[in-house]
Design a protein around this ligand. Structure first.
Ligand code: NAD
Ligand code: TYD
Length: 357
């Protein structure tokens, strides 16, 4: 059976890396990128592959069950890699409804469409796969005082933000579809990603852009919160391996064993930007501005990804220093991509482009 895969959220940060990897690596597959193009979706992320014969873009809302179901029938879909989501914690604090709608109801809509479509086929779930991409934030927060404790696949869910609560809920629905209907599902929970094409509301691209323009860098609280950073291409590679070799109904944690305090990562980013722009290294440290902490700010995330290493042979390929260097260089060399987003021009471009469709 020819593989025909819907990748949701393919115009976003991680999704665009996954789409690119699959389109280039598997010319024999059909890759259908389903994305609503919210503020976070940007087709400029996929310019290099948009004309490939095995690629199709469909602008659709994952909550629109009828459209998704019809697309599955039309494209004879055999697999789903589900990344579409509202993904920014600060936005979830201001607008939790949108997060529940897209992350919970949208995931349910994808599950139900796949279930109805696959169950009606003679071979039913054979050769099918529904792969849900989730976050380590569902596990809650770890303590700085206990660096030996990491999130494992057995860690109890304990989400604190509306974002992580909505992702936790979607994970439960995915597992419930396996347990109740026998749907071939897989869930992975990954740590913080960084790299090219990340929307500049997230820490690293926001700060690179601000440093370039010598704008203040708003550090929440004391900057002591810890995150475990993974280069986005390593995440995409893990998704490829897990989609093909992962065991149905299993959960895999994905992380870089790469914990950093925010303030340390910020100083590293500042020095890297300064060096690459030819400024004295550290000249922009004075941009650091401590601001009121994020409500409910999780202190520490850290992933134990040994199961994935042991069972499927994946491990991160990039040292953090090299990843940060590549990332900073990419944003500095792609200032136009950043400017389009920060000026809002790209949203107008899509509105014009799709107005008459
Ligand atoms: P992103 O915000 O950059 O992209 C999300 C994409 O989903 C956008 O293209 C957007 O247009 C699309 N989208 C949003 N709502 C939609 C809807 N209703 N219908 C169709 N498309 C819609 O997000 P990201 O950082 O690339 O994250 C992708 C996935 O990975 C999310 O599920 C997120 O929870 C998960 N994740 C992210 C990280 C991280 O560090 N960024 C870490 C672990 C897991
Ligand atoms: P973020 O990139 O929003 O990812 P997440 O909240 O999903 O981990 O933030 C990473 C860390 O950086 C987090 O501890 C919050 C902090 N942060 C700031 O201090 N200032 C900022 O302007 C942003 C966006 C984040």
């Amino acid at each position: 059976m020819k593989k025909s895969i819907i990748i949701t959220g393919g115009a976003g940060f991680i999704g665009s890396h996954v789409v690119r990897l699959f389109v280039n690596k598997y010319p024999e597959y059909r890759i259908i990128n389903v994305d609503k193009l919210t503020y976070a979706g940007n087709l400029a992320n996929l310019k290099d592959i948009e004309d490939k014969p095995n690629y199709r873009f469909v602008r659709a809302d994952i909550c629109d069950f009828d459209t998704i179901y019809a697309l599955m029938q039309e494209e004879h879909v055999t697999g789903v890699i589900h990344l579409a989501a509202e993904s920014h914690v600060d936005r979830s604090i201001k607008d939790p409804f949108t997060f529940a709608r897209t992350n919970v109801m949208g995931t349910l809509s994808m599950l139900q469409a796949a279930k109805l479509y696959w169950e009606a086929l003679p071979e039913k779930y054979e050769g099918k796969r529904f792969y849900h991409i989730s976050t380590d934030e569902v596990y809650g927060a770890l303590e700085i005082e206990h660096p030996e404790i990491l999130f494992t696949e057995e860690t109890k869910y304990n989400p604190h933000s509306p974002y992580s609560a909505s992702k936790a809920s979607s994970d439960h629905f995915v597992r419930a579809f396996h347990d109740t209907y026998g749907m071939p599902t897989i869930v992975t929970n990954c740590s913080n990603n960084y790299g090219p094409y990340q929307f500049p509301e997230k820490l690293i691209p926001l700060f690179i852009n601000n440093i370039r323009h010598r704008k203040p860098l708003p550090v929440y609280g004391k900057g002591e919160n810890v995150r475990d950073w993974l280069f986005v291409e390593d995440h995409a590679r893990a998704i490829d391996i897990i989609f093909h070799k992962g065991v149905i109904a299993e959960t895999y944690n994905i992380g870089g064993f790469n914990e950093w305090r925010n303030i340390d990562i910020i100083k590293t980013v500042i020095k890297t930007v300064d060096r690459l722009l030819g400024r004295p290294e550290g000249a922009d440290l004075d941009l650091i501005t401590f601001v009121t902490d994020r409500a409910g700010h999780d202190m520490r995330y850290a992933i134990d990804s040994r199961k994935l290493q042991r069972e499927l042979g994946w491990e991160p390929s990039l040292q953090f220093e090299e990843g940060i260097e590549r990332t900073v260089r990419w944003y500095l060399e792609n200032q136009e991509w950043l400017d389009n987003i920060t000026s809002g021009d790209y949203e107008k471009y899509y509105d014009d482009m799709y107005k008459n469709r």
